[in-house]
Design a protein around this ligand. Structure first.
Ligand code: CA
Length: 225
């Protein structure tokens, strides 16, 4: 299958040039934009994945992210942040980014993330065909409100089901505490929430400790394998 094109939106010349060279050497059709506005203009098919630096000269990278997400729901957006500032990370994920890397990052890690995201996109069925979602041995059927683990039906409390369904549907990706509180508990409160922690513990007891990874102060990730 042909690889989708990758767009690098980064104003820093040495970093951008290095990324373009490495991605090109790995067979990707790669383009570059040095500004947010140019990036938004360039992010049209066949571009399927964007590497977006949050620090851009003309626009807030988060606004670029929101623009891209609104225009292209299926686009993979991998953001680069200058430091491991958890507010940046949370804001970026809330703005629609799929994933993030903190500078300086290893190129091998970037390449691995790109491969994983492109595989996920390729394997994703069209939305209208989704009946049940399956990842890491867990199968979620929202319509029937049933969950199975390795073929066995799980006994889940209502909020456990909602939490697990959300995590499994986003398997392999970080789901922020804010989003979980909003979608599962219908509240904007995302501070210290013992309720959420308790539910995650309960899911780990039922699925195994390694099923759900904690990203401290950010959120949780359901492990796809
Ligand atoms: Ca920059």
């Amino acid at each position: 299958m042909e690889l989708p094109a990758i767009l690098v939106i980064e104003d820093d010349d040495p970093i951008a040039t290095g990324l373009v060279r490495v991605l090109g050497a790995h067979g990707y059709d790669v383009r570059r934009a040095g500004h947010g506005r140019a990036g938004i203009t360039a992010a049209t098919p066949p571009v399927g994945l964007v590497i977006l630096d949050l620090g851009l000269p003309d626009m807030d990278g988060l606004d670029v992210c929101r623009h891209l997400r609104a225009a292209r729901p299926e686009l993979v957006i991998l953001m680069l942040t200058a430091r491991n500032h958890e507010l940046d990370v949370v804001a970026g994920l809330d703005a629609g980014a799929d994933d993030y890397l903190v500078k300086p990052f290893k190129l091998s890690e970037l390449l691995a993330r790109i491969r994983a995201h492109l595989r996920r996109v390729r394997d994703r069925p069209p939305a209208e065909e989704v009946i049940a979602v399956e990842a890491g041995g867990v199968r979620i059927d929202r319509a029937a409100r049933r969950a199975h683990h390795d073929g066995q039906e799980l006994a889940l409390r209502p909020k456990e089901f909602d939490l697990l369904a959300l995590l499994v549907e986003e398997a392999g990706r970080v789901v922020t505490r804010e989003r979980i509180m909003r979608e599962v508990w219908d509240t904007d409160w995302a501070g210290a929430t013992k309720t959420l922690d308790t539910h995650v513990l309960s899911l780990r007891r039922k699925l195994g400790a390694s099923a759900v990874t904690t990203l401290r102060n950010v959120g949780y990730r359901f492990e796809a394998s």
